[in-house]
Write a protein that binds this ligand. Structure first.
Ligand code: SF4
Ligand code: SF4
Length: 227
């Protein structure tokens, strides 16, 4: 198993642990606002107008008004901290961009107004083969193969010069200016933001788990408020 593969495995393990703790914490907050008169679980179907139904409404409000805002604020802090780090100009992110979408799918998404796809297709073109992509970042391609992740398309930017400079730096799109804006992206060791990613990873995993968990709760409570 490559170093990159094992670090991704460790990340998954860490995520599972953080996820379990976050479930407990969110459930605790739900229980804290549970009226004493209510018997039952937050996912139960209570009759309209009952205390149980009001509790569920209060929980949904807590998700939207409190927890979502806390997550957003924390993500902003994570991104603001990124400003303390700098791109080292290794050009890996210009030389190898991966997507679960094929060139045709990205083109379609761009035509349908997807802003990210529009920017992406304005600069990136597909590699002719996986072998070409492998030359840029062999460890990463190996890790995808080890994980049997076959549905990945590899792209590169032709605006990159032979000496790894952006030939259109002033006009580069926002996705280039913002990279890496997802702290959970896999970054090469040469990336100037690698340390940022490592430092904020536990917080990011926790925020990510909160988002997943409240989404689950919302889906399973909102169904009682649809009529
Ligand atoms: S436009 Fe410039 S910064 Fe953006 S991917 Fe291409 S070479 Fe890199
Ligand atoms: S991978 Fe990181 S250091 Fe390398 S060019 Fe991209 S942002 Fe800069």
């Amino acid at each position: 198993m490559s170093k990159l593969h094992s670090s991704v495995e460790n990340l998954r393990k860490e995520y599972r642990e953080i996820f379990s703790k976050t479930v407990e914490e969110i459930q605790k907050r739900i229980d804290e606002i549970k009226p004493e008169t209510v018997n039952g679980d937050i996912f139960d179907e209570f009759t309209k107008g009952s205390e149980g139904r009001k509790w569920q409404a209060a929980v949904l409000e807590m998700f939207d008004k409190d927890i979502s805002k806390e997550i957003y604020r924390k993500f902003q802090e994570v991104l603001a901290y990124r400003e303390q780090f700098q791109c080292s100009g290794c050009a890996t992110c210009c030389n190898l961009a991966c997507s679960e979408f094929s060139p045709e799918e990205l083109k379609q998404k761009a035509e349908n107004g997807d802003n990210f796809a529009k920017q992406f297709t304005s600069i990136f073109i597909p590699y002719e083969s996986k072998e070409e992509a492998r030359r840029v970042y062999p460890e990463y391609i190996q890790m995808l193969e080890d994980n049997k992740e076959d549905d990945v398309y590899f792209y590169h930017c032709p605006k990159l010069t032979k000496d790894n400079r952006c030939s259109d730096y002033e006009n580069r799109p926002q996705i280039c200016r913002d990279f890496p804006d997802n702290p959970l992206s896999i970054l090469p060791n040469s990336c100037g933001y690698k340390k940022w990613k490592e430092e904020i990873e536990p917080v990011t995993l926790m925020l990510h788990s909160m988002l997943e968990i409240i989404q689950y709760y919302k889906e399973n409570i909102c169904k009682y408020f649809q009529d």
